[in-house]
Design a protein around this ligand. Structure first.
Ligand code: HEM
Length: 494
C-alpha cells in the first residue's frame, strides 16, 4: 500500500514538474527540482551568450529559463522586443522580488529593485536631479571634464607600464561619488574608494554565479555549508556598502542647511526633499533606507558599467591597428591640437562615436539583462503570459544577432557609419536597454565614454605593454563583463 501511495505521489510530482507548472509558459528546457535550469550554466557556456544562442535555436525567439523555481521568459528577437517592451511598455515595468535583495535592502527600496509607485516616484526624482546637474552651468560636464584632466595629469607621470582599469575605475568612481556625495577621490581618500571597489567587485563576482541565484531565491540555504560562502559574500559586501553610504548621509545631515533650497549633490537634494515630507508616513517615500539603496544603485550601476566599457574600448582599438589609425586621423584633422575635447566636439567626431558604439555592442556588458516582470496578462509571439511573470528583453542576443550585425564577434566601427561618413542610427543598438526601465544614467554614461575616450587618444600614443602584446578578449565573469587584465605604455602626442 505504502508503495502505491509513494508511486502516485511521485507521478503527481513529476506531472507537476514537467507539465503543470510549465503549461502557461513558452517552451524551454526541462527544469530540475530546486535547480531549475541552472545546471545548464556549465563552464563552457559562461558567461551565458552561447547558452542563450543555443536555447534560441532550440526553442525559438521566446523561451522559458528556470532560475531555480522561478520561470523567466526570455525575449530575444528585436522585432518582438520593440513591439512589446517599447510600444506596450507599461505592461513590462515590474521587477521580481528576489528574497535576498529584499532582506539586504530591508524592503523593495532603491530604483533597480523597486516597482509600483515607489519606482515611479524615485526614478522620476533621480532623473530630475541628474537633469538638474546637466542644465544651466552644466555641472555634469564640468565634473566629468575635471576628472578627464586629472586622469591625463596622472598618466603623464606614469607612462611606462599602466593599468588603465584602475585609472578608469578611480576616475569614473570619482564622478559618480562627486555627483552623489559632493567629493572626488584623490590620494588623501583613495583608500575609501578602494574599499568600496573591493566590496563591489566581490559582490558582483559572486552574484553572477548560478549558485548565487539559488541562494538569492532561498536565502535560508545559506545556513548550509556548501551555500554559506555565496550568501556570506553577497550579504557582507552589500551590507557594508549600504553602511558606508549611510555614514556619509549622516555626516551630511549634521551640517545641512535647510534654509536654502540649493543643493550640490544628490544626497543633499534627497535629504532636503525628505525634510519636506517629514510629517508624512514613511517620509513620503524618502526614508533613509531608500537613500541607502539609491546610493548603492547609482554608485554601482554608474561606476562598473562605464569603467569596464572604457577598458574594453582601449583593448579593442589597440587590437585593431586600422581602427587606431583612423581614430588618430580623425583627431588630427578635426581637433589638431592638444586642447581639451568637450561635448561640443561630439558631432564632428563621427568615427570616434562609431568606435564607442561598436565597443558597447561587442563588449555587450550584460549577458543577461535585468529581469522585468509583466504588470498585466500579455501575449507575445502567440504565447499567453500571465501578469507577474518574470520577463527579460534580452538585449545581448540582439546585439550579437548575425541577421542584424553580420559577423557579430568582429570589431567593426564602420557598422555605425553611413557611406558619407556620418553617424548611422542603428535602432537595434541597445546597450542601455529599452522601454520604461531603460538605463537612467545613459546621458551621463555616453558623455563619460566620449570625453574619456577622445581626450585619452588625443593626448597619448598608446600601445600594449611588451609583456603582453596581444591580450585576450575573453570576458571575465561578473554581473557586467570585464576584460582580462592588460597593461599599456603611452607617449604624449604633443
Ligand atoms: C556604459 C554604461 C552603462 C550601461 C551599459 C548601462 C546599462 C544598463 C542596463 C542594460 C540597464 C537595465 C535596464 C532594464 O532593466 O531593462 C540599466 C539600468 C539602470 N542603470 Fe545603467 N548603464 C550604464 C551606466 C549607468 C550610469 C552612469 C548610471 C547612473 C548614474 C546608471 C543607472 C542605472 C539605473 C538606476 C538603472 C535601473 C533603472 C530602472 O530600474 O528603472 N547606469 N543600465
Amino acid at each position: 500500500m505504502i508503495f502505491l501511495i509513494l508511486g502516485v505521489l511521485t507521478l503527481l510530482y513529476l506531472f507537476h514538474l514537467f507539465y503543470w507548472k510549465r503549461r502557461n509558459l513558452p517552451p524551454g528546457p526541462l527544469p530540475l527540482p530546486l535547480l531549475g535550469n541552472l545546471h545548464l550554466f556549465t563552464e563552457d557556456v559562461k558567461p551565458g551568450y552561447k547558452l542563450w544562442e543555443k536555447l534560441r535555436s532550440q526553442y525559438g525567439p521566446v523561451y522559458t529559463f528556470w532560475m531555480s523555481s522561478l520561470p523567466m521568459v526570455l525575449v530575444t528577437d528585436w522585432k518582438l522586443i520593440k513591439q512589446h517592451f517599447i510600444k506596450d511598455g507599461a505592461n513590462f515595468v515590474g521587477r521580481p522580488e528576489f528574497p535576498i535583495n529584499m532582506e539586504i535592502r530591508k524592503g523593495p527600496y532603491g530604483i533597480i529593485d523597486s516597482f509600483g509607485n515607489r519606482w515611479v516616484q524615485q526614478r522620476r526624482y533621480a532623473i530630475h536631479i541628474l537633469r538638474d546637474f546637466g542644465l544651466g552651468k552644466n555641472l555634469m560636464e564640468e565634473k566629468v571634464l575635471s576628472e578627464v584632466v586629472a586622469m591625463i595629469d596622472r598618466l603623464k607621470g606614469m607612462k611606462d607600464d599602466v593599468d588603465m582599469q584602475s585609472i578608469f575605475d578611480a576616475s569614473v568612481g570619482s564622478i559618480i561619488n562627486n555627483l552623489m556625495f559632493g567629493y572626488r577621490f584623490d590620494e588623501s581618500n583613495m583608500h575609501e574608494f578602494l574599499e568600496l571597489k573591493k566590496r563591489m567587485n566581490k559582490h558582483f563576482k559572486m552574484a553572477a554565479e548560478p549558485m548565487a541565484g539559488l541562494v538569492g531565491m532561498y536565502p535560508w540555504l545559506g545556513n548550509f555549508p556548501f551555500f554559506k560562502p555565496y550568501k556570506t559574500v553577497i550579504v557582507d559586501n552589500w551590507t557594508s556598502m549600504l553602511k558606508m553610504f549611510r555614514e556619509q548621509a549622516e555626516e551630511k545631515l549634521a551640517t545641512i542647511d535647510y534654509d536654502s533650497d540649493e543643493y550640490s549633490d544628490y544626497v543633499e537634494a534627497f535629504l532636503k526633499e525628505r525634510k519636506k515630507h517629514e510629517h508624512e508616513e514613511g517620509y513620503g517615500g524618502f526614508e533613509m533606507e531608500q537613500l541607502d539603496s539609491v546610493c548603492f544603485d547609482l554608485w554601482v550601476a554608474g561606476m562598473e558599467t562605464t569603467s569596464n566599457t572604457l577598458y574594453w574600448s582601449l583593448l579593442y582599438v589597440l587590437l585593431n591597428p586600422k581602427v587606431l589609425e583612423r581614430v588618430y586621423e580623425e583627431l588630427d584633422t578635426k581637433i589638431g591640437s592638444d586642447r581639451i575635447i568637450t561635448t561640443t566636439d561630439r558631432p564632428n567626431l563621427n568615427y570616434i562615436n562609431a568606435t564607442i558604439n561598436e565597443t558597447q555592442r561587442l563588449a555587450n556588458l550584460l549577458p543577461m539583462n535585468l529581469p522585468h516582470a509583466t504588470s498585466a496578462d500579455v501575449v507575445i509571439a502567440g504565447y499567453s503570459i500571465p501578469k507577474d511573470t518574470v520577463i527579460i528583453p534580452q538585449i545581448s542576443s540582439v546585439m550579437y544577432d548575425p541577421e542584424i550585425f553580420p559577423e557579430p564577434y568582429e570589431f567593426r566601427p564602420e557598422r555605425f557609419l553611413e557611406s558619407d561618413g556620418s553617424l548611422k542610427k542603428v535602432e537595434e543598438f541597445v546597450p542601455f536597454s529599452i522601454g520604461k526601465r531603460q538605463c537612467l544614467g545613459e546621458g551621463l554614461a555616453r558623455m563619460e565614454l566620449f570625453l574619456f575616450f577622445s581626450n585619452l587618444f588625443n593626448k597619448f600614443h598608446i600601445q600594449f605593454h611588451e609583456s603582453n602584446p596581444c591580450p585576450s578578449v575573453k570576458k571575465e565573469m561578473g554581473i557586467t563583463m570585464k576584460a582580462a587584465g592588460y597593461r599599456v605604455t603611452m607617449k604624449e602626442r604633443y
